[in-house]
Write a protein that binds this ligand. Structure first.
Ligand code: HEC
Length: 221
């Protein structure tokens, strides 16, 4: 290597060193790093400060109205749309495995009050600890209850019963109701055949009620 070559090589090495030291993202990482573009993402990392949004958050919520994959469309009715819910039903149809899952979910979320036998004698009530009697689904009062009304109870709660909207997604709520209907059918309730969700008889004012209700927004899913 002659003198000129040595100078060229030396200045290249020094130049490279300086580039590596200075081109790092100095705001976030003042330290020295070789090839910083490969070490640090040029995109904003989740949970980091982001000057592009008014709230400085990089992680954004989904666009309003987004429906997660595998989830059902929301029903667009709101609490208090009692008549509309009486004729409300679902297009979902369940197979044997899904019915079993409905039973499992019922036993987890509902049986503590409504009883594993669906007779309203769950341990929370039977032992005298719960102030109101949970619905006895084998009682004539509930045997023909429209599925939509049951759905509304699961979604919003009813008097002393709380809402199960956060524990059960739309499909799961219908699975639980299908299970209740199945048990009711062998206790004097409406006929229930696998893969069929019984629909309530339409009511006189239900159409108008439904039309009004679709106008309203509902974000509870
Ligand atoms: C903490 C106790 C409790 C739990 C748990 C519970 N319920 Fe209830 N439920 C009640 C009570 C009490 C009532 C009676 C409300 C009334 O009519 O005042 C009721 C009533 C109902 C009704 C009748 C609604 C109506 O319009 O009259 C349905 C349907 C129902 N529950 C479904 C469910 C389902 C499905 C679950 C599980 C996801 C569940 N409940 C869990 C206490 C409970």
């Amino acid at each position: 290597m002659n003198k000129t070559q040595s100078i060229v090589v030396a200045s290249l090495i020094i130049g490279l060193g300086l580039t590596a030291c200075n081109s790092g993202n100095t705001r976030r990482n003042p330290g020295k790093v070789y090839a910083p573009d490969m070490t640090y993402s040029r995109a904003y990392d989740a949970y980091t400060y982001n000057p592009n949004f008014a709230d400085s958050q990089t992680s954004r919520p989904p666009v309003a109205g987004t429906i997660a994959m595998g989830h059902e469309l929301p029903d667009h009715l709101v609490e208090g749309d009692t008549n509309a819910y009486k004729t409300y039903t679902t297009a979902l149809r369940f197979n044997e495995g899904e019915m079993k899952e409905g039973q499992r979910l019922f036993n987890i979320y509902c049986a503590i009050c409504h009883g594993a036998e669906l007779d309203g004698q769950g341990p929370l009530y039977k032992n005298g600890k719960f102030a109101a009697m949970p619905a006895n689904f084998k009682d004539a009062k509930y045997l023909h209850m429209p599925v939509g009304q049951m759905y509304a109870a699961a979604k919003y709660g009813k008097n002393m019963m709380g809402s199960y909207a956060s524990q059960l997604d739309v499909k799961q709520r219908w699975q639980v109701i299908a299970y209740i209907k199945q048990i009711q059918s062998s206790n004097g309730g409406d006929a229930f055949t696998l893969g069929n969700m019984p629909v309530a008889a339409p009511q006189a004012n239900a159409a108008a009620d439904t039309a009004k209700a679709v106008e309203k927004k509902d974000n509870k899913g």
